[in-house]
Design a binder for this molecule. Structure first.
Ligand SMILES: Nc1ncnc2c1ncn2[C@@H]1O[C@H](COP(=O)(O)OP(=O)(O)OP(=O)(O)O)[C@@H](O)[C@H]1O
Length: 252
């Protein structure tokens, strides 16, 4: 379980997160939703220690994120941030290979090479493995970054807007794969997602954030209601049902 207790965060004088306490369940797929600027990425980055914690405490499966050695943390969770500039003269196979670094520290074994090949294959990137990052499309580059996190082979996978740039088919394939990791592999996934119907269809648990606070948490049927979503997004939102799950029909 990821336990977040009393986490606040400032950038300069701006308060970005306000005394957040919540938990993300183990062995489940959690969707973080909420309007732009709500603080979702900041929270994910704090969990993944991409930013130092200023106040409060975060533990991941009993590991205190502020104290856990980097090598240990990298074997507990893989985090895909929103893509920032990364060396474009990197082949896709090399990028995905970075995911294995915490396991081999520079001396990849046959198993590490096999895991990279598996990750490339899982995201339909094998034919592009030798291409440089600046020679592939936005969606292909996004899939390569996801494959890198996947290759890291950690109990926790934290993904910030992994559906960005993916077409419907690849987006669905990713959700199927993430569900498989959770259902068959016993892994735990936390992902920021803007497309609410993906959260509705695939998540076990939803954390809704607004203005640096937790706005609502619970199962999709509890959180993805007309009342909660309309207040969350300050819009009139209609929600129907599809195969027993919420389906957002309209957002103004
Ligand atoms: N480096 C920074 N300097 C100043 N403010 C920042 C910085 N990074 C983020 N912020 C602010 O922190 C707030 C939360 O940002 P964050 O990226 O965590 O939100 P988010 O919920 O992930 O948003 P989005 O859905 O737009 O990605 C925003 O108001 C943003 O402008």
């Amino acid at each position: 379980m990821i336990q977040i207790e009393g986490v606040s965060h400032h950038i300069g004088t701006a308060q970005i997160l306000r005394d957040i306490s919540t938990s993300l369940p183990e062995g489940r797929l959690t969707a973080l939703i909420g309007p732009n600027g709500a603080g979702k990425s900041t929270l994910l980055r704090l969990i993944g220690r991409l930013e130092p914690l200023q106040a409060g405490r975060i533990t991941v499966d009993e590991h205190d994120v502020a104290r856990c050695p980097t090598g240990c943390l990298a074997r507990v969770m893989a985090i895909l941030g929103q893509q920032t500039a990364i060396a474009s003269r990197l082949r896709l196979s090399e990028l995905v290979g970075f995911g294995r670094w915490p396991h081999h520290q520079g001396r990849p074994s046959a198993d590490d090479h096999a895991r990279v090949a598996e990750a490339l294959d899982a995201f339909a990137l094998t034919p592009l493995a030798g291409r440089f990052l600046d020679e592939v499309s936005g969606g292909q580059a996004q899939r390569a970054h996801i494959a890198m996190a996947f290759a890291q082979d950690t109990p926790w996978l934290l993904l910030d807007e992994p559906l960005n740039n993916l077409d419907m088919s690849h987006a669905r394939a990713l959700m199927v794969r993430l569900r498989g990791l959770v259902a068959d592999g016993g892994r735990s996934v936390a992902m920021v997602v803007h497309e609410i119907n993906y959260a509705a269809a695939w998540a076990d648990h939803v954390v809704a954030m607004k203005d640096g606070r937790i706005f609502a948490t619970g199962a999709p049927a509890e959180v993805l209601t007309e009342e909660v979503l309309s207040a969350l997004y300050d819009a009139s939102i209609r929600v129907g049902q599809h195969h027993g799950r919420p389906l957002v029909l309209h957002h103004a």
